[in-house]
Design a protein around this ligand. Structure first.
Ligand SMILES: [Fe+2]
Ligand SMILES: [Fe+2]
Length: 215
C-alpha cells in the first residue's frame, strides 16, 4: 500500500528531470529577466573577433548547461526540502543565463556546443553523486562550481573583443549572479570539499572549455 505513492513520486521526479534535460539541451529556454545585452549597441565584429567571441560564449553556454544538470541532479536527491528549493531556484537563474548566451550565439552567427547532451549527462551524474553524500556536500559543490564559473567569466571579460559590448553586458550580470549563488550556498551550510575534488572539478572544467571553444 505504501510502496505505490513513493514509487510514483520517484517516477514523477525522473519525468521532471528528463523534461528539464530535453528543454535545456534541445529546447529554447525562456529567460524570466530581460537580456542585459538589449541596451547595448550590436556592433558588427570582424571575422576573427566574431569567432573568438562565439567560442567564449559557447563555453559560457555549456557552463550553464552543466550548472542546470548539476543542480537538477542534486535537487533530485536532496534530503532537506529547503536545500532542494534553493538548488531549483539557482537552476532557474541559470536558465536566464542559458537563454542570454543562446541569444548572443545566434547574434554572432554561431551555435551551441554539439556535445551538450554529453555535458548534461556527465554533470547530472556528478550532481547525483554529490547529492547522495548529503546536503552539506550538495551545497559545497554549489560553492565550488559557482566560484570556478565566476573565475572563468572574469577571464572571459578580459579576453572578449573590446567592441563586443553585448557579450560583456551578459557576462557582467552572470558573474554577479554566480557570486551570489556561491554566497547563498555558503550561508546555507556548505561544507568545504576536500582535495582532490576541487582540483578534479577544475580539470574537468578546463577540458570542457578547451573542447567547447571549438565544438
Ligand atoms: Fe549561471
Ligand atoms: Fe550560478
Amino acid at each position: 500500500m505504501h510502496a505505490t505513492p513513493r514509487r510514483l513520486t520517484a517516477v514523477d521526479r525522473w519525468i521532471v528531470a528528463a523534461q528539464r534535460a530535453l528543454e535545456t539541451v534541445a529546447g529554447n529556454p525562456t529567460a524570466l529577466r530581460s537580456n542585459p545585452a538589449a541596451a547595448k549597441p550590436d556592433i558588427v565584429l570582424d571575422d576573427v573577433d566574431r569567432r573568438h567571441a562565439a567560442g567564449l560564449m559557447r563555453i559560457n553556454h555549456v557552463g550553464e548547461v552543466c550548472a542546470q544538470a548539476l543542480y537538477v541532479g542534486q535537487a533530485s536527491v536532496a534530503r532537506d526540502a529547503r536545500t532542494r528549493e534553493q538548488l531549483l531556484h539557482a537552476a532557474q537563474e541559470e536558465t536566464d543565463h542559458l537563454a542570454w548566451c543562446a541569444d548572443r550565439l545566434r547574434e554572432l552567427d554561431s551555435r551551441p556546443s554539439l556535445l551538450n547532451p554529453l555535458w548534461y549527462a556527465g554533470s547530472y551524474a556528478i550532481g547525483l553523486a554529490a547529492g547522495l553524500r548529503g546536503d552539506g556536500w550538495n551545497l559545497g559543490f554549489v560553492v565550488e562550481t559557482e566560484r570556478q564559473v565566476e573565475a572563468h567569466i572574469g577571464e572571459h571579460l578580459v579576453s572578449l573583443p573590446a567592441a563586443d559590448a553585448r557579450s560583456r553586458a551578459i557576462l557582467e550580470v552572470m558573474k554577479d549572479d554566480e557570486a551570489r549563488h556561491a554566497d547563498n550556498a555558503q550561508a546555507a551550510g556548505a561544507r568545504t570539499l576536500p582535495a582532490p575534488i576541487p582540483q578534479a572539478m577544475a580539470l574537468a572544467s578546463k577540458l570542457m572549455k578547451t573542447v567547447a571553444y571549438r565544438v
